[in-house]
Design a binder for this molecule. Structure first.
Ligand code: GLC
Length: 498
């Protein structure tokens, strides 16, 4: 099959979150199974252009006008990546906006990008079997595939939308509607309309042949009002075409036995190197070089990730005798509270802000426990890395955390970490206290570490589930079977495309 994989970020080119890691790893795993894979993403200012080959300029419709763009090709081992250059939209310091903000023309930037993906297919005479798109930034691709003229030559192509985080929907004021160039019927309640606004993700959910999210539990959770972020009704209408495929990680990029950033590489058979990594973390963050249990965190500093819970629990956590090593960036207020906490408890709490790859890797490879008290978590990648790097995660049992971590309480023999059931201070503290009891029993704890390190979190183990979804999408395309909620919005045209 020929799969076109589109995303707004992708490792190694550009990354703000987990989407980039997934986009950087899944295409290779699909190609390894014999598929042809082509990827498309925007060419942002920060992307290193060395090795990129410029292609011919092509035109992309935006609203009622045309915008020129240029593809830059990067040849990867597994296939071609096209980075779409359009400097008015993408030559900016940030991907989506400055910290805590959004660029005002995001509706136009990503309507452009979604249409550019289809225009590029036409330009390069690509006729992928499946267009696999991700999150709101590319959610309009399934819509444009069936509406106006963009679908030409792509009548047989099916679309799959993956939701990495339902909290981000691309919801915009209706005044930007002109940039879409879509007929009115697509803009109504059975289309993009959402409480008087436009909602790009809603459009994608309604028009994609298949919808996936990044873990089976999250796929169930988002059908409920509590976790549906206002789209649970729309998702229920598509529930027959919705599935959850657990994320994997790139197990070559994340391999403690060959990780060049680690102070000392290690493996499940020879875990001794972890001590040197831990010392490096302690030294970097000004922590006492003691043998106290070290609790790590690496990730976005946001309410979703539960850093406020860690802050509230901090005095009691320190009473348990632990050290904390926290690395992340995000919400300015929460970040400031973390930095204050480190200043208040020097030697016991270490905080670094910003992006620090070597420190991140040594936290994974040197901590005794890894904290993930996320309020919700579509999948989560940090716990997969932590397990692989011998730091058993302590997680709130939700979404992908529930699916990927085997909790000590549930199954001591195959446990890979610890879990608690409420996202609050008391539950986190009880879980950490319980984990520390096990930590004292060296043999027991070493088994949990080993189980985690030997877990197969590779994409190779998951790519076949993606294939099955692609098959279903193609079947839906062939039979022009479409999801329940969009009968009116996307009823098949008399002939040609449906
Ligand atoms: C988002 C989600 C995270 C998921 C990642 C990759 O960042 O918040 O849970 O692992 O996307 O799918």
């Amino acid at each position: 099959m020929h799969i076109l994989y589109a995303a707004s970020e992708m490792v190694p080119f550009v990354k703000t979150g987990g989407l980039a890691d997934v986009a950087g790893a899944l295409p290779a795993a699909l190609a390894a199974r014999g598929h042809r894979v082509t990827a498309v993403l925007p060419l942002y200012d920060g992307v290193n252009r060395a090795g990129l080959e410029p292609g011919e300029e092509f035109m992309v419709p935006v609203g009622t006008w045309q915008v020129a763009a240029r593809p830059w090709r990067s040849r990867q081992k597994w296939g071609d990546v096209y980075l779409v250059e359009q400097s008015d939209y993408f030559a900016r310091p940030h991907l989506y906006g400055p910290p805590g903000g959004e660029y005002a023309d995001n509706p136009e930037r990503f309507a452009f990008f979604s249409r550019a993906i289809l225009a590029l297919c036409r330009e390069l005479r690509l006729a992928p079997d499946v267009l696999h798109v991700n999150d709101w930034q590319t959610a309009l691709v399934p819509v444009y595939l069936r509406e106006p003229d963009d679908g030409d030559g792509l009548e047989q192509s099916a679309s799959v939308l993956t939701i990495h985080n339902l909290a981000f929907q691309g919801r915009f004021d209706v005044t930007a509607v002109n940039v879409l160039g879509l007929p009115p019927r697509v803009l109504g309640i059975d289309g993009l309309e959402y409480y008087g606004d436009m909602n790009y993700l809603k459009g994608g959910i309604l028009y994609a042949d298949q919808v996936t999210t990044v873990s089976p539990t999250y796929a169930r959770e988002i059908l409920e009002p509590q976790n549906g972020c206002g789209l649970d009704g729309v998702l229920r209408a598509r529930s027959a075409d919705l599935s959850g495929i657990e994320n994997g990680i790139d197990t070559e990029l994340w391999n403690p036995a060959s990780d060049p950033h680690l102070a000392a590489p290690f493996s499940a058979a020879r875990p001794e190197g972890r001590r040197a990594n831990r010392r490096l973390v302690q030294r970097t963050l000004g922590l006492e070089e003691a043998d106290a249990p070290l609790l790590g965190f690496v990730g976005r500093v946001t309410g979703q990730k539960g850093l406020d819970i860690v802050l509230d629990a901090m005095p009691a956590l320190l009473d348990l005798g632990v050290q904390l090593a926290l690395l992340g960036d995000g919400d300015p207020l929460l970040t400031r509270r973390l930095v204050e906490a480190a200043r208040f408890r020097p030697g016991r709490v270490g905080v670094a802000t910003g992006f620090d790859e070597p420190l991140a890797r040594n936290i994974y490879g040197g901590s005794d426990l890894f904290l993930m008290p996320s309020r919700f978590e579509p999948c989560g990648l940090a716990q997969l890395i932590a397990m692989r790097y011998g730091a058993p995660p302590v997680v709130h049992r939700v979404g992908g955390l529930a699916d990927t971590v085997v909790a000590w309480n549930d199954n001591p023999d195959s446990a890979t970490g610890f879990a608690f059931d409420r996202p609050d201070t008391a539950a986190l503290l009880a879980a950490v206290a319980g984990a520390l009891e096990v930590w004292k029993e060296h043999k027991l704890f070493a088994r949990i570490q080993r189980n985690g390190m030997q877990r197969d979190s590779s994409w190779q183990a998951r790519a076949s589930a993606c294939e099955a979804v692609y098959e279903k999408a193609l079947e839906a395309r062939r039979t022009r079977k479409i999801g329940g909620a969009l009968k009116q919005a996307a009823s098949p045209r008399p002939h040609g495309r449906g």
